[in-house]
Design a protein around this ligand. Structure first.
Ligand code: NAD
Ligand code: UFG
Length: 341
């Protein structure tokens, strides 16, 4: 089985490449490195001891994409490539709609042209907007989304389903990720944001190695047991493994679009995460409580039972393991992939 992995040099893509190669899949990666570096893929090869083709190209460059599909015989595509910063999407909506929607459309056109029918897509819990109830099930109402990034995910889900209904795609498996954190246990792969992190865990890990001084906790006046927001954090390796199950599913079903939550089903507050990280690292994380961040929902966690029932997938790693692996990655690579550390 041969899989094209778009955005495979990124945080989740690189971890998924390892799981795919270890499971015996052949892969090729296409990435424009707009938010990643070739170093992550070099390390994927080091970890797995396997070679694979890597194409530096923008997915919107259809001539390049056409060549990639012509040079390979793919059975399926996992589509990670996209811009993912919520705040940046509010400041640069044209770029976000252009990149995320444009990439998906050219991918669909080339898959149709080359007869590649199986599609696994990285969606997000953000499509649920402000959830009416938790845990969130896949049949919960969608939107309204609070930012252009979230809207691109909702639009792409629709585009893929419409394309599949037209017969151009055979099976579409949509994975709605909750909050991926952690890193590969080797310490060679992890999350490496380009600028000051927007997300909680990379911010905490950078505080732990002295790159940043103090964490801001965005509000402790939510209607939650200890005040801050609650999220469903999932180990990136568990998430990567869900893609293998999704591919197996895409191989067995036909003419369907299916949606699965990928989370642990457990919610942790920001304070609980700080404590878990301090325990895992033995480091104190200085923080101050500031105002709420606009657009944050108070409580979000998944009902992951559908994935367990249908895909046979379940998260294995707990919050302590997530924090330990994140800390190991940051201490082994204090500047991420940017230097040899
Ligand atoms: P990432 O930024 O690390 O990886 C995305 C990769 O796509 C990068 O390597 C980037 O260079 C590449 N890319 C972007 N636009 C491209 C284009 N036009 N052509 C070719 N390559 C392009 O992000 P990630 O955290 O690994 O996320 C992967 C996917 O999962 C994204 O679609 C993201 O929206 C989705 N997702 C992420 C999270 C999260 O918290 N990390 C949560 C839910 C969903
Ligand atoms: N937080 C802080 N301080 C920080 C960063 C975050 O207190 O410096 C808090 C937030 O207020 C929130 C929690 O930590 O309560 C988690 O925030 P993240 O930014 O790490 O994650 P979000 O839940 O806001 O967003 C993530 C992804 C989105 C995705 C969304 C829903 O970044 O791409 O999950 O799945 F859409």
């Amino acid at each position: 089985m041969s899989v094209l992995v778009t955005g495979g040099a990124g945080y989740i893509g690189s971890h998924t490449c390892v799981e795919l190669l270890d499971a015996g899949y052949d892969i090729a990666v296409v990435d424009n490195y707009s938010n990643s570096s070739p170093e992550s893929l070099r390390r994927v090869k080091e970890i797995t001891g396997r070679e694979f083709p890597v194409y530096e190209a923008d997915l919107r460059d259809e001539e390049a994409l056409d060549r990639i599909f012509s040079e390979n015989r793919f059975d399926s595509v996992i589509h990670f490539a996209g811009l993912k910063s919520v705040g940046e999407s509010v400041a640069h909506p044209i770029e976000y709609y252009g990149n995320n929607i444009g990439s998906t459309l050219s991918l669909c056109r080339q898959m149709k042209k080359h007869g590649v029918k199986k599609f696994v897509f990285s969606s997000s819990a953000t499509v649920y907007g402000t959830p009416k109830e938790v845990p969130i099930r896949e049949d919960a109402p969608l939107g309204p989304t609070t930012n252009p990034y979230g809207e691109t995910k909702l639009m792409i889900e629709r585009i893929l389903d419409d394309t599949r209904k037209s017969g151009a795609l055979g099976s579409v498996i949509i994975l709605r990720y909750f909050n991926p954190i952690g890193a590969h246990e080797s310490g060679l792969l992890g999350e490496d944001p380009n600028e000051i992190p927007n997300n909680l865990l990379p911010y905490i890990t950078q505080v732990s190695v002295g790159r940043l001084k103090k964490l801001s906790v965005y509000g402790n006046d939510y209607d939650t047991p200890d005040g801050p927001c609650i999220r469903d954090y999932i180990h990136v390796v568990d998430l990567a493994k869900a893609h293998i199950k999704a591919l197996e599913r895409a191989e067995t079903v036909k003419d369907v679009t299916e949606v699965y939550n990928v989370g642990t089903g457990k919610g942790y507050s920001v304070f609980e995460i700080i404590r878990a990280f301090e325990k895992a690292s033995g480091k104190k994380i200085p923080y101050k409580v500031t105002g709420r961040r606009p657009g944050d929902v108070a409580v979000s966690y998944s009902d992951p039972s559908l994935a367990r029932k249908v895909l046979g997938w379940e998260a294995e790693y707990d919050i302590d393991r997530m924090c330990r692996d994140a800390y190991r990655w940051q201490t082994m690579n204090p500047s991420g992939y940017r230097n040899d550390n």
